[in-house]
Design a protein around this ligand. Structure first.
Ligand code: AMP
Length: 308
């Protein structure tokens, strides 16, 4: 493995109120940037650009720094931190957003510090697509730009989402979002349509069923790891994206096979996130934890193919 490159992560930092089948948890530290940064820091040096309010605990910033994450790009603004509330169905797959309060995000303009501008890998976490575009205006020729988005923006800001799609090379969304974005129910048709709109690669996450990668090499399926105890799926998608870019940061190229291996690292990383409430598990992940789970995932489809 070559020395891992740095990754710039821009996204939300949040307080989440979670209604889970097993427990209700309030004021849980979350946000797309928080989950992705903890996850990706398992593999590479991370720089975060985000905004928090005066109510955000210093302890979380200290915990990020303890993982080697550069927090100099996290702005502390006057006001309250972004808040999100969601309720999960008993199947822990479907969730309803109960509340979204932008708070300090409403007036946030991401400022990429000079020292971060040439970061080779950029992960645009799920935030307003106008902010994702503002970030891209400030960075110089990253070799990989990957973005996430969600129904809230696909519905609310379709023109800006479209503009963002033209500026990125990889989009990561879940199956419902892919259907909504494309207008096709069939996932393969949805993927084909989305790939005509800008990105050269598309990853569609399918919760516990794993994820699909669509690129000019075809389609690749990474299985989800079947867990006995799923506690809190919040942040699984962000942890997936963090594991994906984290793995690629240590690879010499973005070959189709490197991307496929990254898909396994991504599902492995996401599988840890859901084992605990909030960022508790993803904040303590080690490279060995993830490598061992990748081995377990590989064993899911060892079936003596050579003897067929
Ligand atoms: P995931 O479960 O991977 O989709 O990510 C959930 C995280 O995204 C939560 O911690 C929320 O705080 C954050 N989130 C939810 N809605 C939004 C939004 N509209 N903009 C930015 N972040 C959000």
């Amino acid at each position: 493995m070559t020395r891992a490159e740095s990754i710039l992560i821009v996204g939300s930092m949040a307080f989440d109120d979670l209604e889970l089948p097993s427990i209700n948890a309030r004021d849980v530290i979350g946000g797309s940037a928080t989950y992705s940064a903890f996850a990706a820091s398992t593999f590479a040096e991370i720089r975060v650009v985000a905004v928090v309010g005066t109510d955000f605990p210093d302890g979380t910033l200290t915990a990020l720094r303890a993982r080697g994450i550069d927090t100099a790009g996290i702005e502390r603004a006057e006001g309250r931190t972004f808040r999100w509330a969601g309720r999960y169905d008993a199947d822990l797959v479907h969730r309803t957003t109960l509340d979204t309060q932008l708070n300090v995000f409403a007036s946030f303009a991401p400022k990429i510090p000079a020292a971060y501008r040439d970061t080779p890998i950029v992960l645009l976490g799920n935030i307003h697509p106008a902010l994702q575009l503002e970030v891209l205006e400030q960075v110089t020729r990253p070799r990989l730009v990957i973005a996430d988005t969600m129904n809230f923006w696909i519905e609310g800001e379709p023109a800006l989402v479209d503009k963002m799609l033209k500026r990125i090379d990889t989009l990561v969304i879940n199956d419902e979002e892919a259907r909504q974005l494309s207008g096709h129910h069939n996932i393969r048709r949805a993927a084909r349509e989305i790939l005509t709109r800008g990105p050269r690669r598309l990853i569609i996450k399918r919760g516990e069923h794993g994820a699909l990668l669509f690129d000019d090499h075809g389609v690749f399926a990474a299985p989800g790891f079947p867990l006995e105890d799923v506690v809190d799926p919040t942040g699984a998608g962000d942890s997936f994206a963090g594991g994906f870019v984290g793995y690629l940061a240590g690879q010499a190229d973005l070959s189709p096979m490197a991307l496929r291996r990254a898909m396994l690292y991504a599902t492995a990383t996401a599988s840890f996130c859901v084992e605990a409430v909030g960022t508790a598990r993803v904040a303590t992940l080690t490279p060995k934890d993830v490598a061992d789970r990748v081995t377990s995932i590989r064993s899911l489809y060892e079936f003596g193919a050579a003897t067929m």
